[in-house]
Design a protein around this ligand. Structure first.
Ligand SMILES: Cc1cc2nc3c(=O)[nH]c(=O)nc-3n(C[C@H](O)[C@H](O)[C@H](O)COP(=O)(O)OP(=O)(O)OC[C@H]3O[C@@H](n4cnc5c(N)ncnc54)[C@H](O)[C@@H]3O)c2cc1C
Length: 413
């Protein structure tokens, strides 16, 4: 394989795919395929929902990040033929051939086959999902006249977030703060109801006690109702059914948002490679797919044995893997030895409502408005490319990061 002409195909332009492409630029002929025209810095999708940040901050277009050494194709890969070394794209007859393949397709929402969940619950993984949720909250608020009695206003403004992992907690506190603020601005009676529903016995399972205490305080402060040891049985158009201690309850709701699970991209199911019991691709410590020296996989679809368990399914892991993967592709093209690396936990930063956050760094946790500032600083440093980081950092510093109220429709967004 001639090093400069080697065709490197990256499927997926998220944390794994984009950061690999950026590290590879100049080595071989790199093509990246993604259905969207932009990258998404998912950890700040909550701040996009609340208007604390804008789309260009966290979802920059690939053309802003990538120079002409990398070819981008906007499209959806529908099949990968590992023997023929080709990928097919939706709606296109021509296949794309490769010498080296990087699979970085990420995950999709897992509704666990719960009745009505896929049909009626809102996912929260993309810019379009955040737009749809914001719209749903505004429409629900617009449907409440100022003279409506508090109990009726509360019923119409009930939202449930399913799953109290970091995502569910971040989302529910953000929604609660936005809705409380809108109630005051619109002089509505009573208050909104935001519920977080968790099957396990605690919120943020898997995180330490120190950070859990901060999270629980924040949920209380944002007046989020916590329902642990509670199972969602069904989601309907206007509500949902839960079960707690064997007792079933139907709840009327303006929206149910599903953050209770991720599964690998369905394309992975079709790939005939070694997988673990969750359907994740088994990779060698070099990130090569077992049995395929020219195929690499990383991020949410890869099972990598030597990672700290809490890192599984995180951007932090995909990011660190991208650096190793790019250097291993260069080594493969040069005929050098490929390397392995142990990936480290880099700390956690959780957004809690519009004024608060929790940060865990170096084994110490702290919360409050200062943690919110620290989170912004930390995430500025983790955005792709220096150029983008500088533009975003300057925008946050000089223009501020205040939440945008849920204005009635027609008032501009
Ligand atoms: C709302 C939210 C908040 C999160 N917060 C955090 C956090 O605070 N910290 C943290 O560490 N992790 C966080 N995560 C997890 C993190 O986003 C993932 O672990 C990370 O994105 C994994 O990277 P990846 O490259 O495997 O997948 P992704 O970043 O999801 O990228 C997958 C890419 O594949 C593309 N794609 C999908 N299907 C196709 C197809 N058929 N053809 C071509 N391309 C395709 C997608 O468009 C996307 O570009 C969060 C996730 C979400 C959804």
């Amino acid at each position: 394989m001639a090093k400069d002409q080697a065709q490197i195909l990256i499927v997926g332009g998220g944390f794994g795919g984009l950061f690999t492409a950026l590290d590879l630029a100049g080595a071989g002929e790199v093509t990246i395929v993604s259905p969207e025209d932009h990258f998404l810095f998912t950890p700040m999708l909550y701040e996009y929902l609340s208007g604390e940040v804008e789309a260009w901050h966290i979802a920059p277009q690939y053309k802003e990040l990538i120079d002409d050494r990398i070819r981008t194709i906007r499209g959806e890969v529908t099949g990968i033929d590992l023997n023929a070394r080709q990928a097919t794209l939706k709606g296109r007859e021509r296949t794309i051939s490769y010498d080296v393949l990087v699979i970085a397709l990420g995950g999709v929402t897992n509704y666990w086959n719960i009745e009505g969940a896929e049909e009626y619950a809102l996912p929260f993984r993309k810019i379009a999902h955040a737009d749809a949720l914001r719209q749903r909250m505004i429409e629900a608020l617009d449907g409440v006249p100022p003279d409506l009695p508090p109990q009726d206003a509360r019923r119409r403004l009930t939202f449930a977030v399913v799953g109290a992992g970091a995502s569910g907690v971040e989302l529910s506190t953000k929604m609660a703060d936005l809705l409380q603020d809108a109630f005051k601005r619109r002089a509505l009676h009573g208050e909104p109801r935001v519920m977080v529903i968790e099957m396990g016995s605690t919120v943020v399972p898997g995180m330490g006690d120190e950070i859990r205490t901060i999270v629980e305080d924040a949920l209380k402060q944002s007046r989020v109702e916590i329902h642990t040891e509670t199972r969602v049985l069904a989601v309907k158009e206007n509500g949902f059914t839960i079960e707690h201690n064997g007792e079933k309850t139907n709840v009327e709701a303006a929206g149910v948002i599903w953050t209770a699970g991720v599964r690998p991209n369905p394309l992975i199911e079709k790939l005939e490679v070694e997988k673990d019991r969750r359907g994740l691709i088994m990779v060698e410590p070099t990130l090569q797919v077992r049995g395929h020296k020219n195929v690499f996989a990383l991020g949410d679809i890869a099972f990598f044995e030597d990672a700290t368990p809490t890192l599984a399914g995180t951007a932090q892991l995909a990011n660190q893997q991208a650096t190793l993967l790019a250097s291993n592709i260069k080594a493969l093209l040069d005929g050098r030895r490929l390397h392995a690396r142990h990936f480290e936990e880099l700390g956690e930063a959780i957004s809690l409502g519009t004024e608060n956050a929790a940060v865990l760094a170096g084994g110490k946790a702290f919360g409050g408005p200062l943690a919110r500032q620290a989170r912004f600083a930390l995430y500025t440093a983790r955005l792709p490319t220096w150029h983008h980081r500088l533009k975003v950092g300057a925008s946050w510093f000089f223009e501020g990061t205040t939440a945008r109220p849920l204005q009635p429709l027609g008032f501009g967004r």
